[in-house]
Design a protein around this ligand. Structure first.
Ligand SMILES: Cc1cc2nc3c(=O)[nH]c(=O)nc-3n(C[C@H](O)[C@H](O)[C@H](O)COP(=O)(O)O)c2cc1C
Length: 409
């Protein structure tokens, strides 16, 4: 995983940088933080130090107790000048939030604190995420500074529009969301990624099969695993489409989402989207059976004491996609199985469905799988099996994307 150097300057949005650190470390990245002096008026160093597991630096004359190393690395043998060592070791330097003042310094090459020194010495990709009041952002000086940085190859993460920190003010200037900042770092980390521009189709969530006008048969899938896979693929530069079956999670504006409810709708959407996708990851929990006929209206309590529902098989989406597969298109299926024989059934699914990989998870284990933040899976391919121990779904998703990349075309 990568070494991310985060520069935090003085603005209300500095609190969002904490969430960025939490997300980045959860993904397995090592993070060090440089704070400007004024940023400490907004968020203290203790929070960043606790989340990164490393001291925070601010001044160019400060010594770095970690001697320029990142968490997880051995301590450097000598005691370097920190403004060069930290940024020299970083894979990417992201400044978020970037204040109008810091942006002006970066544009003019000033180096009066550790953050601005590090920016001048950076040879890794530099990402700048402005955040400020809309009048400050729209000022020609700020706009000219941003344009200059962009011309020099700095990646600017545009601020969002909405309610601003000053009561009653509305406009452009909100810091981009932490997940967007992290995705930008991951794109910068993998400029030649084999995922760049590749079409990835992910299904997420769980289908619902109507019984009557208000009731349905459903499952407990939240869509978290599928959304995490989609975000991991996006981070590698892929063009991602998610077919979401009844998912109410936050969405990434750079992903195209198609909402469906039933297995029938999911199958139709998959067939259409699969035509242009290079990689298909079928993560949604699909109902195997559905009521043979939907009852008209709402069945009322008094109507009957007992009701027998006749169920019929739903379309086998995975088999359908395998049959229509284009040359080189990769197909990954999920098998959520219960109990001791589960892995055997997952192995059979690899053969029976003609897919490249089955992601097996044992949903009888406590605290993993459906509707939980963690997962633990075994990746089954024709070449062998790889166990991914329990970890947040975002980490499992990154590992899965790497394993898909390793599949032979
Ligand atoms: C309450 C408060 C909020 C501020 N919010 C911002 C902000 O969101 N963006 C910004 O560019 N400056 C903001 N400022 C002004 C900066 O803190 C100020 O320009 C400072 O010198 C920036 O220093 P730095 O770039 O070294 O961190 C704010 C100031 C105060 C007092």
């Amino acid at each position: 995983m990568a070494k991310l150097l985060l520069g935090v300057s003085g603005g209300i949005a500095a609190f969002k940088a904490l969430e960025f650190v939490r997300l980045a470390t959860e993904r397995g990245h090592a993070v060090r933080v440089i704070q400007t002096h004024s940023s400490k008026r907004f968020v203290g160093t203790a929070s960043f130090a606790a989340l990164t597991g490393a001291p925070v630096l601010s001044g160019e004359f400060e010594r770095d107790p970690l001697r320029g190393s990142f968490p997880g690395e051995p301590l450097g043998e000598h005691d370097p000048a920190s403004h060069l060592a930290l940024v020299g070791a970083a894979d990417v330097f992201v400044i978020a939030p970037a204040s109008a003042n810091t942006i002006a310094k970066l544009a003019n090459g000033l180096a009066d604190n550790l953050l601005t020194n590090a920016a001048l010495a950076a040879r890794c990709p530099l990402i700048v995420a402005p955040a400020m009041n809309h009048r400050m952002f729209e000022h020609p000086a700020t706009q000219a500074n941003i344009a200059l940085l962009r011309e020099r190859g700095v990646t600017i993460i545009e601020p969002g529009t909405g309610r601003l920190a000053t009561p009653g003010e509305h406009g452009i200037g909100r810091l981009a969301e932490p997940a967007e900042l992290l995705a930008a770092c991951e794109v910068a980390l993998a400029p030649n990624s084999s995922w760049r521009g590749r079409g990835v189709l992910v299904t997420a969530g769980g289908t619902r099969e109507p019984i009557d006008a208000v009731r349905h048969i459903a499952n407990r899938s939240s869509g978290r695993m599928g959304f995490a896979i989609a975000e991991a693929a996006l981070g590698r530069g892929a063009e991602v489409v998610v077919i979401a079956a009844n998912v109410s999670l936050q969405r990434d504006p750079r992903i195209r989402y198609i909402d469906v409810e039933s297995t029938e709708q999911l199958a139709t959407a998959c067939a259409a989207e699969a035509e242009t996708a290079d990689v298909l990851v079928m993560c949604a929990a699909v109902a195997d059976l559905r009521p043979a006929a939907e009852l008209n209206g709402k069945l009322s309590r008094g109507a009957t004491d007992r009701l027998t529902l006749e169920l019929e098989a739903t379309p086998d989406i995975l088999a359908g996609l395998a049959a229509a597969r284009r040359n080189g298109q990769k197909l990954v299926g999920f098998a959520a199985e219960h109990g001791a024989q589960g892995i055997e059934r997952a192995r059979e699914k690899l053969q029976g469905k003609q897919v490249d990989m089955i992601v097996y998870n044992d949903i009888s284990s406590e605290g993993i799988g459906f509707d939980s933040p963690d997962n633990e899976v075994t990746l089954i391919t024709a070449k062998g099996e790889q166990h991914l121990p329990r970890a947040p779904k975002s980490t499992i998703a990154m590992q899965l994307i790497e394993a898909i990349e390793a599949l032979q075309p």
